[in-house]
Design a protein around this ligand. Structure first.
Ligand code: SF4
Length: 430
């Protein structure tokens, strides 16, 4: 299976897709407005939708199995263009003819309606410390029920979860056999076969988190934007049940679905993968501006979030670029926004590259501090003793110490430095 532009006679642009179709132009999303449609119509041909998988939607037999499981749901943010549809969840803005599958692999156009196939069917879930997200200033030492489905909006050459992110739902789940709905009391162990056919609907996720003593649910590992409808419904129920929501994302999402989702989000981790479009194009098949917009939206909404930057040799290890990134973060998000530099390990399509040298990570940390950022960390290293230490921005003493994902010391009282009383930015407590 591969992506095929030529079947359409070339890449469809928004303008071409909309041309002549205005009379049939309908908004299937729940929150479509005239100004949104107007702005779409005003976009130039250079902003072409992403490539999709032509004719790769499942056949009737598989679709019926998926429906019987409850693993499909109509997408929440899309436009109808006659028989075609355009997803408006992420900047890929996929246009699908009937029978097509989306760039993220999770959505299909079936008879003129856009459906997600990644609903209630996570391909993996675990209980993780929030430090693993990483979130260092959000209820340290607590656990998050963490899940993912297949699919991703990006194509990162270095993806560490490519075995799920670069797969379609049918490659990670099996709808054959008896229904297996996971609800408390949860089984002590699952076989791979059980996991492949297991359902975990939004209410089940919330119940599982509570049963396992997790105050948070984390939408992570692959990309929650690619399983937006599932994440959204789960976030809403979790909020009602007093369970926190953590979004771990590349940040490539349209503003409208982001703002809708953010009503239920307690914390986010955004992966800022580089600081120029060329790097995003080469390394991730993405663009920088939507990520910066997401960061500014989270800032404006007052949601706690932290930023991570993976330092990939020859791709994102240029110190000038790192300095520009840190300057932008300090200027636009303020000095209290935590920044995590992370060490690259060879994998996926970049398994020929070396691990990131420690010296570059230390220089990056210095550059971030010089830009005025107060909380700068280095992840995936054992060689730097204070890589995960939070220092008081005033007296410079260590107020939180960590060993990998374990919190080994907390010297905060009510979110203030125990030594000098200075507030430390974040959301504290259990
Ligand atoms: S979420 Fe998926 S279907 Fe929607 S625009 Fe992004 S890649 Fe395309």
């Amino acid at each position: 299976m591969g992506m095929d532009q030529t079947a359409l006679g070339g890449l469809i642009t928004r303008r071409r897709a909309l041309a002549g179709g205005a009379a049939a132009f309908a908004c299937a999303g729940l929150r479509c407005s005239g100004s949104w449609v107007d702005s779409l119509l005003s976009l130039g041909d250079s902003e072409a939708p992403a490539e999709v998988f032509k004719g790769d939607a499942p056949d009737d037999r598989v679709w019926a199995l998926w429906q019987a499981r409850g693993w499909v749901k109509e997408a929440s943010h899309y436009l109808k263009l006659g028989a075609n549809v355009q997803c408006k969840t992420c900047p890929n803005n996929c246009i699908l003819e009937p029978g097509d599958r989306s760039h993220c692999r999770n959505k299909v156009n079936r008879d003129g309606t856009l459906y997600t196939m990644a609903y209630g069917n996570p391909c993996t879930f675990h209980v993780d410390p929030v430090e693993k997200k990483p979130l260092y200033h959000f209820h340290p030492g607590t656990m998050a029920f963490s899940l993912a489905t297949s699919g991703c909006v990006f194509r990162c050459l270095n993806c560490q979860n490519w075995e799920i992110s670069q797969k379609k739902p049918e490659e990670t789940k099996d709808p054959a056999g008896p229904q297996l709905r996971l609800r408390p009391p949860l089984p002590r162990a699952l076989t791979y076969e059980d996991l492949a056919r297991a359902s975990l609907f939004p209410e089940d996720v919330v119940a599982a988190a509570k049963a396992l003593g997790c105050p948070s649910v984390a939408y992570t590992y692959s990309e929650p934007t690619a399983y937006y409808e599932y994440a959204f419904d789960t976030c809403r129920l979790a909020r009602e049940a007093g369970v926190r929501n953590i979004i771990v994302s590349c940040g490539s999402i349209e503003e409208r679905p982001l703002r809708d989702l953010a009503k239920f989000v307690d914390a986010a981790h955004v992966d800022l993968k580089g600081f120029d479009d060329e790097t995003y194009r080469r390394l991730n098949s993405g663009k920088l501006e939507p990520i910066l917009n997401t960061l500014k939206t989270y800032r404006d909404l007052g949601i706690w979030f932290e930023v991570i930057n993976l330092v990939v040799p020859t791709y994102t290890d240029n110190l000038d670029s790192i300095r520009r990134m840190c300057g932008w973060l300090a200027d636009n998000l303020g000095p209290d926004r935590p920044l995590h530099f992370s060490r690259f390990n060879p994998q996926h399509k970049l398994d020929h590259l070396p691990v990131t040298p420690i010296g570059i990570l230390l220089e990056a940390r210095e550059a971030a501090r010089a830009a005025g950022l107060r909380y700068v960390y280095i992840g995936n290293v054992r060689e730097v003793a204070d890589a995960g230490t939070t220092y008081c921005p005033n007296c410079k003493r260590a107020v939180i110490e960590r060993d990998a994902y374990a919190v080994t010391a907390v010297r905060l009282d009510g979110g203030r430095c125990r030594f000098c009383g200075t507030p430390v930015a974040g959301a504290w407590g259990a």
